[in-house]
Ligand binder design. Structure first.
Ligand code: PSV
Ligand code: MN
Length: 388
């Protein structure tokens, strides 16, 4: 007997998780990037692998791109390629962290010429969005300083506002700007957008179509991330997630790997705050698979999100509320934990089969010829990667 009701299954059926194109390229640490057989050599091959994840899981109908890593001559052709494989092109990520000119900042730089160069890069990203039909421009800034006194932190906030306002003005229709925060790295003393409060203050000053992006790996150890989720949903400013998991810093490991309970708690607040299957909130992965198979790593990731969503949907909201109102601390906690400890994997496997999907997408990929075929076909050329 399935422990997932028809209502829960109907909710899960609508779940959509966006895959990052860069998860399919080579990645690593600053010590070593390992090449792997079959790694895509261009954005077309990355999208084919992403579409494979969607084909086996039914969970990943769109792919986020990073510019310039995913620059192609013809974005119309890339879009047609994606659509032909049953996926769409999603969020466009800008990149102002790999150019010598940005050593001391991009959108916050003291030199107006450097700021203009960074703004022009974002205009280029908006041109890409117009061609791909993407809604969101996601901005993460590697800007900050390493030593006290090095930078005028106040002046940089002001310049950041001006630059973001210029970019925001360029968006049209339904397009949105989402601003990601990260507490440190690559700067180690101060970061210009280190936390949700700064991101919120900056996007609130822009307008309705500017939102915050929450990357789960971008917080100090011990941070109550689900509180931030709750607050941003309450304020109507949670634009997107970058899901991944961390043991130490910004590890970009498989979501739910380090702390499944944290993922459960986050998804509970998403559901509580009306963020699930809400078009205003994009659920993306931002991960790298340095030592594991990349396609399997992405399959595992979307399944982890699905499993924890199913468990969070099992929380008996009425019983929880009764216990909260009556001050029954342990009963409230028990309601919460009962849902977390429920194994939903057999029910999800059965449900997948009923929808024509493999009961076990990981096994289906392993048993298929897909990996062997790409390893045989993708020889020659340069494997994709972001040169970490
Ligand atoms: C920064 O650490 C980040 O989370 C941003 O989202 C970047 O675009 C991405 O990682 C690159 O992997
Ligand atoms: Mn991120």
């Amino acid at each position: 007997m399935s422990n997932l009701s028809a209502d829960i299954l109907a909710t899960l059926e609508k779940q959509a998780i966006e895959l990052p194109s860069w998860a399919f390229g080579n990645s690593g640490t600053r010590f070593k990037v390992f090449a792997t057989p079959g790694t895509p050599r261009d954005p077309f091959e990355k999208i084919a692998d992403a579409a494979r994840v969607n084909e086996l899981t039914g969970l990943a109908p769109s792919v986020a791109l990073h510019i310039p890593w995913d620059l192609v001559d013809d974005f119309g052709a890339l879009r047609a390629h994606a659509e032909g494989l049953g996926v769409s092109l999603g969020t466009i990520n800008s990149n102002t962290f790999q150019d010598d000119d940005y050593k001391f900042g991009a959108l916050t730089h003291e030199d107006p010429k450097v700021r203009q160069k960074a703004i022009d890069h974002h205009f280029e990203c908006i041109d890409v969005m117009n061609a791909t039909g993407s809604r969101d421009l996601k901005i993460w800034l590697a800007e900050g300083s390493n030593y006290p006194g090095q930078a005028d932190m106040r002046g940089r906030q002001d310049r950041l506002h001006e630059s973001l306002a210029t970019i925001y003005e360029r968006l049209s229709g339904e397009q949105r700007l989402v601003l990601e925060y990260k507490f440190f790295e690559p700067a180690f003393y101060h970061t210009d957008v280190p936390d949700w409060g700064t991101s919120y203050a900056q996007v609130a000053a822009l307008g309705e179509r500017a939102m915050v992006c929450l990357d789960t790996g971008h917080h100090a150890p011990g941070t109550n991330i689900e509180f931030i989720v709750m607050q941003l949903l309450r304020l109507g400013k949670l634009g997107s997630f970058d899901f991944n998991s961390r043991f130490y810093a910004d590890d970009d490991l498989i979501v739910g790997a380090a702390d499944p309970f944290q993922l459960f708690r986050i998804l509970f607040e998403v559901i509580r705050g009306g963020g699930l299957n809400n078009p205003d909130v994009a659920f993306m992965l931002d991960q790298c698979h340095n030592v594991e198979n990349k396609i399997l790593g992405q399959i595992r990731s979307v399944l982890n999100v699905q499993e924890m969503t199913a468990r969070a949907l099992l929380v008996d909201a009425d019983a929880l509320r009764d216990a909260q109102i009556s001050g029954d601390v342990l009963a409230a906690n028990a309601v919460f934990m009962d849902a977390f400890y429920t194994d939903v994997r057999p029910a999800l496997a059965e449900w997948r089969e009923s929808r024509g999907l493999p009961a076990d997408p990981m096994r289906a990929q392993l048993d298929s010829d897909y990996q062997r075929t790409i390893e045989a076909d993708r020889v020659g050329g340069v494997q994709a990667g972001w040169g970490a």
